[in-house]
Design a binder for this molecule. Sequence first.
Ligand SMILES: Cc1ncc(COP(=O)(O)O)c(C=O)c1O
Length: 445
Amino acid sequence: MTNKKVNNHLMIDGCDTIELVRKYGTPLYVISQKKIEYKCKEIRNEFLAKYDNTKALYASKAFLTMSMCKIIEKEGLGLDVVSGGELYTALRADFPREKILFHGNNKSYEELYMAIENKIGRIVVDNLYELELIEKISNKLDEKINILYRVTPGINSDTHKYIITGQKDSKFGIPLEKSVLFHAVEKAIESKRVKLKGFHFHLGSQLFDNSYYIKATDIVINLMRELKERLGYVTKELNTGGGYGISHIKDDNKVSLKYFIKPLMERINQKINEYNLSMPQVMIEPGRWIIAEAGITLYTIGNIKKISGVRTYIAVDGGMTDNLRSSLYGAKYNGDIANKIDDKKVNLVTVAGKCCESGDILIEDLMVPNINPGDILAIYNTGAYNFSMANNYNRNLRPSVVLVKNGKAQIMVERQTYEDLLIGEKLPGIVNCKECSPSKIKGVL
Ligand SMILES: Cc1ncc(COP(=O)(O)O)c(C=O)c1O
């Protein structure tokens, strides 16, 4: 699905981006519901319908709001959450609890309490300290809970070091050393409060090579074989994580879901048969792959700074506050001038944010037509890890999120106001602040 163009304007899901800017202002996240639905349909066709006993979850860290929970529920997927805040959002959206799976390498007592008290489907246990907390809470609540163990298969996948997770030197998961892992499995088997359903691995994010999944599968199915032989333990579920890459720029590979799923499922079947094991339920949990391409961010261009013989900066009214990925790990994006979408591209520019960091650069080299302050820049494929990583650095306001479908736009999240920035702030007795009243400040949002 590509974004269409009408009257020299960029369109998204039937909506004119310039009309959206007029109505909702900039910076603005725009999310296409149709694109999310299209991706979920591909998951149903290429995974759930093709293979028996499979489950797909959406990794909500990529982008989560209550309305996103509703879309995911409607599309028939489960939800992976990774914090009390994500869990709370899912519960408030009334997401089916049995379809929620809880990740995290350092879940707190309170977070685990919320999960167990609300009877969610699975907790993916990262370490034995967490198992102890779960036992304590389950005893107190007189509950039982299904768990998976997250294991680190020791695979160095080819992505930025900040988003690799499956390597041996990782803060996530239980190492695959037999003394550690077998002990953990024995403890779970002995427990009266947890039911160990199986294992989970996640190798990293923005991966383009399916061979990593195959390697990890071999390792984990070998582990399943050893556990059966040595402890008589039968693995019922195997969660293979997310991480499928999407193309942010022209040079990125374009890979389909099938490219990951088909060889993965073939290998699982082959190894399960070879070792004479029973087939576990196989799960996937992509985040970026579902939501990244559904999102664009719209900005108003302000200052245009030409440095002779060096480069031209175009500054926009957002930056690392609404898209942290560029400055955090050099993520690359592509964009267009949304109100001059058909104009010939004749200038090479660098897109700078408005934050007080020289590293606040959204796109290093972008070809654009002749532009002026006030033109609208659209950056593509910003649906994943942009809104969810948004922050208030420099006390910039978080943009609003608009959901579009078939020419209709609706607010998903309101733009923050300056008053929102002060929520939770107190004035301790050391200062006398009778003057701190919004009514005395002119021109605020
Ligand atoms: C455990 C786990 N599952 C799934 C994901 C989703 O990854 P992606 O958005 O790359 O699909 C992540 C991302 O960090 C993760 O840590």
